[in-house]
Design a protein. Structure first.
Length: 176
């Protein structure tokens, strides 16, 4: 069950953080519960689609790294092109769902467009989102020692920093 609710929980978290960023005083439990209930039907399919895309890309990376498919430069360039298209946009998907009410297709299209229009912000969001993975890969001992910090506050801190960055972007697309 938790695997299917990651998208809804992430969207609800971003919705609470956006409200907190705007108003400063929000009952987090009530806001999260309301956001979770209102977003469940539209974010669960979105999460399943993004998880499927992520698994396919991870499988492609595995094939390139650990089989002879990676010896073909055209396959490698094609994968890098796809990753360059998808990774920057991935940081926008659930915050967009939290900020705007859009269909799944519109959310994915807007995430892709915004990620290139606001490329410096996209790189910052991508770097923040990849920080735990980078620590796991390049400093596994430190990551293991600090795993409780990541579980208790690291994810929320990264989401808050993303909210600060992305709220400035989203304000440009909202009428006063």
């Amino acid at each position: 069950l938790p695997l299917f609710t990651i998208g809804t929980s992430t969207t609800a978290m971003y919705q609470c953080l956006i409200e907190r960023h705007r108003e400063k005083s929000v009952n987090v439990f009530q806001a999260f519960s309301a956001a979770y209930r209102s977003n469940f039907k539209r974010t669960t399919p979105l999460f399943l689609l993004t998880a499927l895309i992520g698994c396919l890309l991870a499988f492609d990376v595995y094939l390139i790294l650990y089989t002879q498919v990676g010896e073909n430069i055209f396959v490698l360039l094609a994968l890098l092109f796809v990753l360059f298209q998808i990774l920057p946009a991935s940081g926008y998907v659930f915050p967009l769902q939290a900020y705007f009410e859009c269909s799944i297709g519109q959310t994915l299209k807007n995430a892709w467009k915004m990620s290139f229009v606001h490329f410096p912000t996209s790189l910052c969001v991508l770097a923040l989102n990849m920080l735990p993975l980078a620590l796991l890969l390049f400093a596994p001992a430190f990551f293991i020692k600090s795993i409780m910090v990541w579980i208790l506050g690291g994810v929320a801190a990264i989401a808050y920093l993303n909210t600060v960055l992305l709220t400035r972007v989203f304000k440009k697309y909202t009428p006063n």
